[in-house]
Design a protein around this ligand. Structure first.
Ligand code: NAD
Length: 524
């Protein structure tokens, strides 16, 4: 017989987790101090089971529902082998609830679904804290496969193993995560919103930012996604990670987001956030039909995967006499002068603005461009005119990419480009998380794909771009923007210095309690 599971809190998450546990065959106590919350939870669980039944995914609705009992008594819950707390996000409330359960039964497993608080802090009020862990489900819990299994400082490592196996038996994909601010997904995803807000604050249109990111394969653009999550919830997550890291500049929330929250423009739920609902964000423009004649051919310069992919998929020439312009895919600014004397230059902006490149190549027409591999028919090519204005290089770039069927957008000049700047900071954040032992590289990639729908994990993307161009670009961004939030993580520097291009070959010493114990035993 499967052990009984108790869920504390019958709100959005609690009712979803209760449904998952009941479908997996467990008897469930669903606890909430408010009877109307319990009634609503049962109604919604029934409606969701019905929907799944109609889609042919599930049978035996009545048996599943019969396994769920509601209660307003913690004593009932104390009999359960596993308790999962999904009460409102207040530290003292969570400590009190699990502390009380721990008094009523000294042997059960106590899990918290907190998004922002330290599992160790919640466990501090519980008798025998070795049995406390985080089981961080994602919304909606019935559908989202990812569960972060979070070990606090005192959690028994064997318990984490057992809970991973249990989550698998519930049809979930558990990922082991260390107890640190934002855990894994909510932390690594911060730049997706934070850097998009920075770019918006620098004068780029939110519609353009959303189109570019969707063109890269992200299911939603950052502004659209903030509207779905709720600007207040997203802002609270950013603020909590920022505070938990004592004001680390990478996580600083943006005043423009606060302004909307303060105005009550919270997204879809209030009918207005970044966009107005309906209709929501405008659809992206359709790319022009590719023309095959009269394409100005460039010399494509650079060894990196972007240059290779452009050479493989776009018309170009290796003959200087035939070339109408140079498409320079190199990242370092120092490399960008004194070649092909008379040709206009369209230069990659990953590490530098078009204006900075123009300053290096005085007297020549210069434009900036960016697009991030893997290139697809939906890729939006970002084009940048230097501050001196549009010129022949910009016109050549527009004609060239449009002739291949790509959408082009001419954007206000800034270093990095939209797609690359956001991606580079996601990669840098992912590196910081693995360097701190929050998760392993494969788990991080898997968690980001499952938890956020990213088309590739950030570290997989880094491998595809090569680490060296990412490092050089971050160095350039830090220099030109003059801000610490762009500083490359030391692990990135070390990997490039060591010639490592692949996270599979990386040997990191994790510092989870179990590993430390093993290492101490070995040392003895
Ligand atoms: P919610 O507001 O939808 O539900 C909270 C429920 O707790 C309500 O039914 C409320 O009546 C009940 N409650 C109030 N006081 C209580 C008490 N003293 N004891 C037990 N229950 C009490 O909140 P939610 O979105 O389900 O979030 C619950 C937890 O899950 C939070 O810790 C949140 O951070 C976390 N979480 C939320 C999401 C999400 O997207 N909503 C995702 C992951 C984790």
């Amino acid at each position: 017989m499967k052990e009984t599971v108790a869920i504390l809190g019958a709100g959005t998450m609690g009712r979803g987790i209760a449904e998952v546990a009941a479908v997996a065959g467990h008897a469930v106590w669903l606890y909430d101090p408010y009877p109307q919350a319990l009634e609503q939870a049962l109604r919604e669980i029934r409606a969701d089971l019905q929907k799944q039944h109609e889609r042919g995914r599930l049978t035996g609705i009545e048996e599943i529902l019969a396994r769920i009992q509601t209660t307003a008594s913690l004593e009932d819950c104390a009999q359960a082998g596993l308790v999962i707390e999904a009460a409102p996000e207040k530290l003292e409330l969570k400590q009190e609830l699990l502390g009380k359960l721990g008094e009523l039964n000294e042997n059960n497993i106590l899990a918290t679904n907190t998004s922002t608080f330290s599992v160790s802090a919640i466990a501090s009020r519980v008798k025998h804290p070795a049995r406390v862990l985080g089981l961080h489900f994602f919304n909606p819990a019935q559908r989202m496969k990812l569960v972060e299994v979070v070990g606090g400082l005192e959690t028994d490592p064997g318990l984490l193993e057992r809970m991973q196996t249990l989550m698998q038996s519930w049809g979930k994909e558990p990922v082991r995560v260390a107890d640190s601010p934002g855990f894994l997904v909510n932390r690594v995803a911060r730049p997706f919103y934070g850097e998009a807000l920075r770019l918006y604050g620098e004068g780029l249109a939110k519609e353009h930012i959303d189109w570019i990111l969707k063109g890269m394969g992200f299911p939603m653009g950052p502004f659209e996604l903030m509207d779905l999550i709720g600007l207040d919830i997203n802002y609270a997550a950013s603020t909590s990670v920022y505070q938990a890291f004592y004001g680390e500049p990478r996580y600083r929330p943006h005043p423009l987001q606060y302004q909307r929250v303060a105005a009550g423009l919270l997204g879809r739920k209030t009918g207005q956030g970044w966009y107005t609902y309906p209709p929501g964000p405008p659809p992206p423009p359709t790319p022009p039909k590719a023309q095959t004649r009269d394409i100005p051919l460039p010399l494509i310069i650079g060894p990196n995967p972007l240059a290779q992919e452009l050479r493989a998929s776009l018309k170009h020439t290796a003959n200087v006499a035939e070339a109408r312009f140079v498409l320079d895919c190199r990242v370092k600014l120092e490399r960008k002068h004194d070649f092909f004397e008379n040709l206009p230059v369209v230069s990659l902006v990953w590490g530098h603005s078009a204006s900075a490149v123009q300053a290096e190549l005085r007297g020549r027409p210069v434009a900036g461009f960016s697009l991030v591999p893997p290139i697809s028919p939906t890729t939006v090519v970002e084009l940048y005119a230097p501050l001196s204005g549009g010129n022949e290089a910009l016109k050549l770039a527009q004609t060239y990419f449009a002739a291949h069927g790509y959408n082009t957008l001419v954007l206000p000049d800034q270093p990095g480009g939209v797609a690359f700047r956001i991606l580079a900071l996601l990669i840098n954040e992912a590196l910081s998380a693995i360097a701190e032992g929050v998760a392993s590289p494969p788990d991080l990639n898997r968690a980001m794909r499952l938890g956020t729908g990213y088309p590739l994990g950030p570290l997989e993307w880094a491998e595809q771009l090569w680490l060296k161009p990412v490092l050089r670009a971050l160095e350039g961004l830090q220099a030109e923007l003059g801000e610490d939030r762009y500083r490359p993580h030391p692990l990135l520097r070390r990997m490039v210095a060591a010639g490592l291009e692949n996270f599979g070959n990386l040997s990191l010493v994790p510092y989870t309690k179990g590993d430390l114990q093993t290492r101490e035993e070995e040392a003895v």
